[in-house]
Write a protein of this length. Structure first.
Length: 182
């Protein structure tokens, strides 16, 4: 089948005990077992795609600082997973520290990150800052970490979140080929 190239691409594994190519059932079973909220999306324009989002109704996911996780499955196989870290009950400063520590951890475990973009916009007394960095451990297999912060200059408040996207474009291409050659 299409798992031949998979072993060479395990330099970057998705989190939460799932593997590239797993079916949605593993994520659904985990969410059910832990009594987590589960949302399944099937886009009308791509009925072969399933987006499974798991979130905790009470803040963070079990044994994690993440607030939700989202898996993308094409023809039943996982090719992308996004882990979201929102600041429920946490200050933007603490979130910024977590983001910086996560970047350092990725660098220690995977190698140096490359800057993708940095952006700052001011509109109607709101300042929005975004940053993104990525690491491609193997051609077509990458990890992206993205930061978003919104500061309300009038109320002097800040909210921040970041996400980590694990993506295997090589495996996605193999799954897309199934559409052409079932």
């Amino acid at each position: 089948m299409f798992f031949s190239a998979l072993h060479a691409q395990e330099l970057l594994k998705p989190p939460f005990g799932v593997n590239w190519g797993d079916s949605p059932e593993k994520l659904v079973s985990w969410a059910t077992e832990k009594s987590l909220d589960l949302t399944v999306t099937i886009p009308g324009k791509d009925p072969n795609l399933r987006i499974i989002k798991v979130a905790s109704p009470n803040g963070t996911l079990p044994d994690s600082m993440a607030t939700s996780v989202e898996g993308k499955f094409l023809h039943g196989g996982l090719y992308e997973m996004t882990v979201h870290y929102d600041n429920f009950g946490t200050s933007a400063t603490i979130m910024e520290e977590r983001f910086e520590e996560t970047k350092k951890q990725i660098t220690r475990d995977q190698g140096p990150l490359l800057a993708n973009q940095q952006h700052k916009a001011v509109d109607n007394h709101f300042v929005t800052r975004t940053q993104a960095f990525h690491r491609e451990s193997f051609k077509g297999v990458f990890l992206l970490i993205a930061w978003t912060e919104v500061e309300d200059l009038l109320r002097k408040t800040r909210e921040a979140k970041f996400s980590m996207i694990y993506r295997n474009d090589n495996f996605k291409a193999e799954l897309e080929a199934l559409k052409v050659n079932p």
